[in-house]
Structure formats: C-alpha cells, structure tokens
Design a protein around this ligand. Structure first.
Ligand SMILES: [Fe+2]
Ligand SMILES: [Fe+2]
Length: 442
C-alpha cells in the first residue's frame, strides 16, 4: 500500500495529498528505513512494475538505487535506498530541503517491453504527431497581450488593469498557482525524457517520440508565458515572490513515481493533462464571471491545448491496452494505487512550508480543482479505455481491473472523510504571491 505521509498542518487539500489509496492485489512489499538503511522492495505486479514507499523528507542516496546488472524485470527484486537528511545538511540545500520527497524505483519496465515502443514508432508518426498543431496555426501569448510596440500600449495596459481589478484574491491565488505549475515546464520535459524507450536520446532526435516531446514542450511553453505576462501587467501580484517560487519549484523537480516506465509515464500524463484541462477551464469560467473576458479567453485557449494533449496521451495508453492489455492494466492500477501527485507538489516560496497545501485548499474551495475532480478524472480514464469491459486478462490483471474500477467511488468516500478532517485546520492563510494578504482556505 502506498501512502504519502502528511507533514502539513491540515489534512491536505487535494485528494492527491490526503488520502491513502485502497490497497490492491498488485501491491508491492517495501520497507523504508531511515538513515541510509537499505530496504528491499519486491514486485508482485506481474513483474514489470515496482513501487517504493515515500516517506517525508527521506532522500535518495544517488547512485545506489539498484545493484548493477540486476534490472527490474519480471519477478525480480528491486533495491530501494533512502536516507533521511539531517537538519544540518538541509541548511545547505538550495531549495530549503523540506519539500523534497523522492521515490527511487527506477527502470521498472522489463527490457523486452521497451521494444514495444520502438515497434510503435510508425503508429506514433501517423497517429500522435498529427495531434500537434503547426506553429503557424498556433495562438501565441502576444495575440492576447498589449502590443508593446504600439502607441496605444499604455492604454491597453490600463484597460487590462481595469478589467483585472475585479478579480478577487482567492482567484488570483489559483491563477498564480496554475501559472507557476506551467512555468515549471523544464521539469515536465525532463520527466518525459526519463522514460525508457521514448526519451529524446539526443535532444534533437528524429524519433517520433522525441519529436512529440519537444513539440509538446514548445506548445506548453506558451501557457506559462501568457499567464505570467498577464499577471505581471495586472499589478495585483508580487512578481518577485512568484519568480522565487518558480525558481524553487524547478530546482526541486517533482516525483511522479513513474520509474522511467513509459506505461506509468503515459498514464500519469493522461491524468495530468485532463487535470490541467479542468483547472484552466474553471479559471476561464470564473474570469468571465468576474468581468475579465480577455483573461477568460486566455485560460480557455490554454484549456483547449490541454484537452488536445490529453487526447494524445490517452491514445498512447489506449494503444498500449490494445497490444499489451495485461501490462497496461497493471500499470494503470499501479499508478492509481500510488496516487497521481500534482506536478507542483514541491512548491515553495522561501517562506511558507504549507504553500502547496494552502494553494490546494483555495483551489478546492473556489472549485478550480477539487478532490472530486480527482475521482472524476479516474472514472473518466476507466471509461475512456473501456477498462471495465476488457476481456481475456490474466488473473493478476483481472484483479487490477477490478481494483481500478472500484476506485472512484471509494476515493469519493475517503475524500468526504478527509474533508471533515480538513475542517479542523486553519480557516485562512496568507500568500506571499499577493503581498501576504489573507485568503479563506475553508
Ligand atoms: Fe499547460
Ligand atoms: Fe499540459
């Protein structure tokens, strides 16, 4: 059973930070020992997948993740090593140290399965790449921002400021949090390039997987740009604090627990693209309600990109289900059991240890992204991939199938309980992003 230890003063905001996923038969058996003790973690999920327990501020000892010559394959043992860093060494950590949470299972896909992705190159070329938009047909941030070379620039900025004056603080917190998440794009490109069999081997690889990753990144790059510039021009937010948060976040990276495994990686990205589609769609809707139609357009355009990207990543997983239903089912269950962590879960502004939890609570309260959305996305993916009706699975994969199908209602129930606990936390919190003004959390 994978559990995420909570260090926050509240029980967490999002489902991803507050619940322990119900266990499945495909669970792994890991012990995690502190202070550089070794821990053995054996797989039981058809061998291709493994998982480790994440625990608070335990950090990996680089280079000692697994024994040489012992790849994680079918039924093999994966060695996981974690260490708890001392308070003293935290002081030397550029990122404040306390937000680091890393699991260290690596290369969990069996070598023969890596070949699957080589064999899918033709498919990726014909099916995946057409889902990208040619640059000349893409919107650019400048299309929706005041034109700095124009004589009317200052008037346009004035208008923008008048429109955005009606945006409440809790909305700004959500928009800033979303923008910071987008701005940590280097981390997400890195994550995609950790995946065995699909990574961009050179940085300019002609493989369709490499082409996809670079063009996807290039499309995504516009999201942070447009939101950052817009927020800057509003004059409503503390840009220096926001910039610090982005620097901290990129420095911290993220821990999606995808184990260099493209099966897990593409389940993760399918989930995340939908999560961002929902979140940006909601900030679009709310911007309109608060009288800023241009901001609504911007957020809507970002949401539409996310939707297109979700379509691409879910197509990859759909294809994997087609050619390897057992392995894909086990991967889906494994990712869901470990929970899908939010990409910005290591967010820090140099001041607030609870920044991500508080941001999550505001997103939850305002309806920008809620615990219910988490369960809904999971249910959506179960339906999208026709998981419930899949036939001819091995008994392990059947157990995994039953597990994922049963999860959404179970998570909704757990979420209700977690919400009740959250109510006992602080009612308000201040955000450095908006000059330390207080915002209701609950
Ligand atoms: Fe994005
Ligand atoms: Fe995205």
């Amino acid at each position: 059973m994978a559990s995420l230890s909570m260090s926050a003063h509240v029980a967490g905001g999002f489902v991803p930070t507050m619940f322990t996923a119900p266990s499945s038969a495909a669970s792994t058996h890991c012990g995690t020992l502190s202070n550089a003790n070794l821990s053995s973690c054996s797989t039981s999920s058809s061998g291709s997948l493994a998982s480790s327990t994440m625990s608070g501020t335990k950090l990996p000892l680089t280079g000692l993740v697994r024994p040489v010559g012992k790849p994680a394959g079918r039924g093999r043992e994966v060695i996981v090593m974690t260490a708890t860093i001392s308070q003293k060494s935290r002081g030397a950590d550029l990122n404040g140290g306390t937000k680091e949470k890393h699991s260290m299972v690596t290369h969990s896909l069996a070598p023969e399965k890596i070949e699957v992705f080589k064999s899918l190159e033709g498919w990726a070329e014909s099916t995946l790449l057409p889902l990208l938009k040619p640059v000349e047909k893409c919107w650019q941030p400048q299309d929706y921002l005041p034109e700095p070379s124009s004589e009317g620039f200052l008037d346009e900025v004035k208008e923008l400021r008048e429109r955005s004056a009606g945006l409440p603080d809790d909305y700004l917190v959500c928009l800033v949090g979303d923008m910071i998440t987008e701005e940590a794009l280097p981390t997400y490109q890195t994550m995609l390039n950790t995946l065995d069999g699909t990574r961009d081997e050179t940085g300019a690889s002609p493989s369709p997987w490499g082409v996809w990753t670079r063009a996807w990144t290039a499309e995504e790059n516009r999201h942070g740009d447009v939101l950052n510039k817009y927020l800057y021009l509003t004059g409503r937010v503390d840009m220096r604090q926001i910039e610090k948060t982005i620097q901290y976040l990129i420095g911290s990276g993220m821990d999606p627990k995808t184990e260099n495994n493209p099966y897990l990686g593409f389940v993760y990205t399918s989930f995340q693209e939908r999560a961002t589609f929902i979140s940006h769609g909601n900030t679009a809707r709310h911007a309109k309600q608060f009288g800023d139609a241009k901001l609504a357009t911007i957020c809507g355009l970002v949401a539409a990109d996310e939707r297109r990207h979700e379509n691409a990543y879910t197509k990859i997983v759909e294809k994997l289900f087609e050619i390897d239903p057992d392995g894909t089912m086990l991967a889906f269950a494994d990712m869901m059991r470990k929970k899908v962590s939010m990409p910005a879960h290591l967010m820090y502004d140099g001041q607030n240890e609870h920044l991500f939890d508080n941001f999550s609570l505001v997103a939850q309260r305002t309806g920008v992204y809620t615990a219910r959305d988490y369960a809904d996305i999971m249910e959506h993916l179960v339906n999208r991939w026709n998981v419930a009706s899949m036939q001819g699975l091995s008994s392990k994969a059947q157990t995994a199938q039953e597990y994922v199908c049963s999860l959404p209602p179970r998570i909704r129930k757990l979420e209700e309980r977690a919400q009740a606990k959250v109510k006992k936390g602080p009612k308000t919190g201040s955000f450095s992003w908006i000059f330390n003004r207080e915002v209701a959390l609950l």
